[in-house]
Design a protein around this ligand. Structure first.
Ligand SMILES: Cc1cc2nc3c(=O)[nH]c(=O)nc-3n(C[C@H](O)[C@H](O)[C@H](O)COP(=O)(O)O)c2cc1C
Length: 312
C-alpha cells in the first residue's frame, strides 16, 4: 500500500481507518489498529463524558501512533464531548450523524483534523464547504446507521469522487484486501472498516455477538427503521418482532417506542443475540473467525498486495 493523501493527512502507514462503533470501539480496539499502522477511532456514541475521557487517556498510553475519536453529532452532551477532545489534545475527529457546519470550524480552530461521514453527493459537498479535511462516503452495505437512499458503495464512491476535491475515504462492505483495492480503483484514497474490526479480539463486543457474526451469510441483515433513522440490523428474533409490528401499520411514535426499548448495549455488549438489536454490515458473510487486529491487518494487506500484483 502506497503513501497517499490519507496516510499523509493522519501520519499513518496504511490508509485503513477503523470506524467508530458504539459498544465496540473503546481504547483497546482503537490503539490496536493504530499500533498495526492504521488509524483507530474511539467511538464516543456509547460513552458518558467521563468514560470517554478515560478511554482517550488510556489510548494515549496504549499507543504512540496517531489515533482519533468518532463523535456522532446527535449525541445529547456533544458540547461536553467536544470540550474533552480539545482538553485532551485529540488530533483527529470523525463526525457523523449531523450537520458538519456546527462543529467543524471550532475543532479546526484548535488544530484538529476533521473528517465527516456522509452517504450522498449532496452531503459530501456540504461537508467540503464546511471545511472538513476529508469525507467518509458510506454505502448502504455498511453496519450501523445508514443513508435512506440505499446508495451502494460501488456507486457512491465514483460519484462522490467526481464532485469533491478533498481526500475521499470509502466505507461500507469492505473487509478484505480485495475490497480495499476495489475501493481505491473506484477513486477512494482510503477505507473505513467497521464490521470486520467489530469481530476482532480487541473489540469490546460480547463474544456471543462475535460468534454470531462469524456464522452469518449473505442476506442475514436488513436496513430498517427507515421512518426514524435507517439502520442495518441482523434478521434475528428481534427483527421478526419488528416485522410483526410493521404488519400493524404502526405510527412513527409506536415504532420509536419499539426502537428505544431494545438497547444496543443488550445485543452487542451483553450478548443477547436472539432478542437483542444487533448491528453489523452486509459483509458479515465474509467474516469467518474472530482474529486479533494484528492478524486482520496483516491478512488484508497481504491479500491487497497479492491481488494488485496479479492484476498488474
Ligand atoms: C456495531 C456497529 C456500530 C457502529 N457505530 C457507529 C457509530 O457510533 N458512529 C459512526 O459514525 N458509525 C458507526 N458505525 C459504522 C462504522 O463506523 C463504519 O462506517 C461501517 O461499519 C463501515 O461499514 P462495514 O460495516 O461494512 O465495514 C457502526 C457500525 C457497526 C457495525
Amino acid at each position: 500500500m502506497q503513501n497517499n493523501r490519507i496516510t499523509e493527512l493522519f501520519g499513518i502507514e496504511y490508509s485503513i481507518i477503523q470506524g467508530g462503533m458504539v459498544w465496540v470501539s473503546g481504547y483497546k480496539l482503537a490503539s490496536a489498529v493504530s499500533n498495526a499502522g492504521g488509524l483507530g477511532l474511539i467511538g464516543a456514541g456509547s460513552m458518558y463524558p467521563d468514560v470517554f475521557r478515560e478511554h482517550i487517556q488510556k489510548c494515549k498510553k496504549a499507543t504512540n501512533k496517531p489515533f482519533g475519536v468518532n463523535l456522532p453529532l446527535i449525541y445529547p452532551d456533544i458540547d461536553k464531548m467536544v470540550a474533552i477532545v480539545i482538553e485532551e489534545g485529540v488530533q483527529v475527529v470523525f463526525t457523523s450523524a449531523g450537520n458538519p457546519n456546527t462543529w467543524t470550524s471550532k475543532l479546526k480552530a484548535h488544530g484538529i483534523t476533521v473528517v465527516h461521514v456522509v452517504s450522498s453527493i449532496k452531503f459530501a459537498l456540504k461537508a467540503q464547504e464546511a471545511g472538513v479535511d476529508a469525507v467518509v462516503a458510506e454505502g448502504f452495505e455498511a453496519g450501523g446507521h445508514n443513508g435512506r437512499e440505499e446508495t451502494t458503495t460501488f456507486t457512491l464512491i465514483p460519484m462522490v469522487k467526481e464532485q469533491i476535491s478533498i481526500p475521499l475515504i470509502a466505507a461500507g462492505g469492505i473487509a478484505s484486501g480485495r475490497g480495499i483495492l476495489a475501493a481505491e480503483v473506484l477513486g477512494a484514497d482510503g477505507v473505513q472498516i467497521g464490521s470486520r474490526f467489530a469481530v476482532s479480539e480487541e473489540s469490546s463486543a460480547h463474544i456471543k455477538y462475535k460468534e454470531l457474526i462469524t456464522e452469518l451469510q449473505d442476506g442475514a441483515t436488513q436496513l430498517t427503521f427507515k421512518e426514524l433513522a435507517p439502520v442495518r440490523i441482523v434478521k434475528n428474533n428481534y427483527y421478526q418482532k419488528l416485522l410483526d409490528l410493521y404488519k400493524t401499520h404502526p405510527t412513527k411514535e409506536t415504532l420509536q417506542v419499539f426502537y428505544n426499548e431494545a438497547k444496543l448495549k443488550t445485543g452487542i455488549f451483553e450478548g443477547d443475540v436472539v432478542d437483542g438489536k444487533i448491528e453489523i454490515g452486509q459483509i458479515a458473510g465474509l467474516i469467518h473467525q474472530v482474529q486479533s487486529i494484528k492478524e486482520i491487518m496483516s491478512d488484508m494487506i497481504t491479500e491487497y498486495q497479492a491481488v494488485k500484483k496479479q492484476l498488474n
